[in-house]
Ligand binder design. Structure first.
Ligand SMILES: NC(=O)c1ccc[n+]([C@@H]2O[C@H](COP(=O)([O-])OP(=O)(O)OC[C@H]3O[C@@H](n4cnc5c(N)ncnc54)[C@H](O)[C@@H]3O)[C@@H](O)[C@H]2O)c1
Length: 444
């Protein structure tokens, strides 16, 4: 519904008079950096259901390592900043603390279930929370990665039902996908151009202006919420498919005994050859988001072929890497049953503590299936989290012993300075999943 002139004027007036009071719902990898950034310019209350997370943030610490302690402390305030209308960030798990917000930004997880179907539970629950405190004229902006239609067809009905208010008359919505890359200290939230959208053209302008006021790299106002939702989910699907293609090439070239990395280096001298590398695709985004798009396509009668083939291929890589390492060991006459392997890295990517959906676990299980004994060392991962999520042990130091094989699974900066031969038995195997070691027996 297009707003009448009266309503637009009223809305603009509300926002000029009230100023933005922003509540960020979900303070994880995405929510915290965004809340911190908004807090440099606006009163911000960050809301999370995880009380431990609230306590650590209040003390100025961020266990995701996305926001440095000093940076976080520079915006922290010790009372609700909405009351005094002062800029700053206040973390809370009390719903009363977000009551006075007029802009709600939702950054909760969007996982898949064990059948790889989208699990919208956190989005439904957080929408219920927002709906309980929603006031007339408020805007609810979703940032979580979804398939096109989730904001308007799944979240808005919850907001209407619980608040009793009418969409695009009493309250409004927006969608602005997050593009941050965990562990990346160069492309931080303010330096990544942000796609924005609103539930009406006027709300689109307001949403766009809110982000434009803090995002140095600028914004792109998409014409509709569905366009913005689709844009995000295809960014990650495209990346997944491109990596699947080079993973397939790696499988082919390994059979042909050609070095894949050398092939890619040679092909990469052409200006329009895309520089993707083979590897494990884990984490909360690239290995998950294509399933969101696939689900929506299937609901509408189209069975996606390339998207799901890419997922299958990438999901097979952990087992494949394990079998490749075992082949190398057999070629060197190393006994497999009870053989000792040092696995370097368990997080889903380098220089980041995130272990969600990490495919290093598939490598470890694959090696254990061959009766190899695997010791994992990772200076970034939290051992308790790994034990809780995967039932695996992570060493904080490399044990003082020599191994039959060493596999570099994650390229943490700490591993670059290790002399791997110090930990390797004579005639042992070094396998390089990331293709970065100068000296190795084999690589993906
Ligand atoms: N991590 C990334 O690199 C990245 C990048 C771009 C987009 N995304 C997308 O952003 C969204 C959030 O991802 P994330 O990595 O920040 O997740 P996360 O798991 O790090 O953080 C989510 C936070 O939301 C909280 N939460 C869960 N349910 C809640 C509820 N009902 N009310 C309030 N808080 C709740 C959790 O306690 C947690 O602190 C996802 O949709 C993800 O796909 C993530």
């Amino acid at each position: 519904m297009v707003l009448g002139e009266f309503k637009v004027n009223k809305l603009n007036r509300i926002f000029v008079e009230k100023h933005y009071k922003i509540a960020v719902i979900g303070l994880g990898y995405v929510g915290l950096p965004l809340a911190r950034l908004f807090a440099t310019k606006y009163p911000v209350v960050g809301f999370d259901i995880n009380q431990n997370r609230i306590e650590e943030l209040r003390s100025g610490a961020d266990s995701t390592l996305e926001v440095e302690s000093e940076v976080l402390k520079s915006v922290l305030v010790d009372r609700n900043p909405f009351k005094q209308n002062e800029n700053g960030f206040f973390a809370s798990s009390d719903i009363q603390d977000i009551k006075e917000a007029n802009v709600y930004v939702v950054t909760v997880p969007t996982p898949v279930d064990k059948h790889n179907r989208p699990d919208l539970t956190p989005l439904y629950k957080s929408s219920e929370t927002v709906a309980k405190v929603l006031s007339k004229g408020d805007i609810v902006i979703y940032e979580s990665t979804v398939y096109p239609g989730v904001t308007e067809e799944e979240c808005i009905p919850v907001l209407e039902r619980v608040s009793g208010m009418k969409f695009n008359e009493d309250f409004f919505a927006g969608y602005s996908p997050e593009r941050i890359n965990p562990g990346d200290k160069e492309h931080t939230v303010e330096k990544i151009l942000k796609v924005t959208s609103g539930s009406t053209p006027e709300i689109g302008e307001i949403v766009n202006n809110i982000y434009k006021s803090v995002i140095v790299a600028g914004t792109h106002l998409a014409p509709t919420i569905k366009v913005a939702e689709a844009a995000k989910v295809i960014e990650n699907s495209q990346r997944d498919i491109n990596i699947a293609f080079v993973n397939e090439l790696a499988k082919i070239f390994n059979l042909l005994e050609i070095d894949t990395h050398e092939v890619l280096k040679a092909a990469g001298t052409k200006w329009n050859f895309l520089p993707f590398k083979p590897g494990l695709v884990g984490g909360h985004c690239i290995g998950v988001d294509p399933y969101y798009l696939a689900q929506k396509a299937q609901e509408n009668g189209y069975h996606p072929e390339i998207i799901l083939a890419g997922r299958r291929l990438n999901d097979s890589m952990g087992q494949y890497v394990a079998s490749q390492l075992v082949k190398c060991m057999i070629k060197k006459d190393i006994s497999i049953n009870g053989g000792e392997v040092l696995n370097l890295g368990i997080t889903f990517k380098e220089n980041c503590p995130d272990v969600r959906n990490t495919k290093a676990v598939d490598v470890i299980h694959g090696l254990e299936d061959y009766s190899l004994k695997v010791t994992t060392f990772d200076p970034w991962a939290n051992p308790e989290e790994v034990a809780h999520e995967y039932g695996l042990t992570v060493a904080n130091e490399i044990p003082d012993q020599k191994f039959d094989a060493i596999i570099l699974t994650v390229a943490h900066q700490e591993f670059m300075s290790l002399n791997l031969n110090d930990y390797l038995k004579e005639n042992g195997v070094i396998y390089d999943v990331k293709g970065i070691l100068e000296d190795c027996d084999s690589r993906l």
